[in-house]
Design a binder for this molecule. Structure first.
Ligand SMILES: [Zn+2]
Length: 216
């Protein structure tokens, strides 16, 4: 989708876990951001070719393996850094897929902390917001009326809290203090499944009801 501001956000659903990889480009900018590259790097290459662009950086919402397992293939073509919150560095582990029957995963190179709490692509500013609970170093990316929310929030659901680094108490705090403060007109781009809106989730997501799950 291309926004009136000239920013394009592309969602590519990837195997083996239906993880959404997002590609973000701005009019007049050569560099493309690749968010959470998962198991089908060929689809990312195809989109880059179609756009006639190159990756500028790889951004991870968090460190679970289905959000980075395609990073190395991209780095084998272009020497781009991978940004991740250091609280999730320990999750970058070649054996992280064993739990799911996957063999050793190709590890990304040059995994580096974000520099500050904003990201700039051309004229466009994105804000990084702490959102732990699904993992300790999970971040949201907010910009242009959109929130890339990784595995914190899905359409009608929320992320698991039983994976490595997950914590239910922390997740509830994140939902109450971060997610519920997002503007109602924000488009929500989750790490799995279809896009949604904050307005829809406030109305229909059982995990966001103050009188429901959050107060238990
Ligand atoms: Zn995850």
């Amino acid at each position: 989708m291309t926004l009136p501001s000239g920013l394009t956000i592309e969602r590519l659903e990837q195997p083996p876990f239906g993880t959404n990889t997002y590609m973000i480009q701005a009019e007049g900018e050569r560099g493309v951001w690749i968010v959470d590259p998962s198991g089908d790097p060929a689809s990312v290459f195809g989109k880059l070719t179609q756009w006639g662009r190159e990756p500028e950086r790889i951004l991870l919402t968090h460190g679970h393996m289905d959000h980075w397992l395609g990073a190395r293939a991209i780095q084998d073509q272009w020497d781009v850094p991978v940004y991740l919150d250091p609280r999730d560095f320990h999750l970058i582990d070649a054996s992280a897929g064993r739990l799911f029957g996957l063999s050793l995963l190709p590890l990304p190179r040059r995994v580096t902390p974000y520099e500050g709490d904003t990201l700039t692509l051309g004229d466009h500013q994105w804000r990084l917001v702490d959102a732990p609970g699904h993992s300790p170093g999970h971040l949201l990316f907010l910009g242009e009326g959109h929130a890339l929310v990784g595995d914190v929030l899905f359409r009608g659901s929320i992320g698991r809290m039983d994976l490595p680094g997950g914590c239910e108490t922390t997740m509830k705090k994140t939902l109450e203090e971060v997610v519920l403060t997002l503007p109602l007109d924000y488009d929500i781009l989750p790490g799995h499944g279809p896009p949604t809106t904050m307005e829809r989730e406030r109305r229909e997501n059982p995990y966001l009801r103050r009188e429901g799950w959050l107060t238990k």
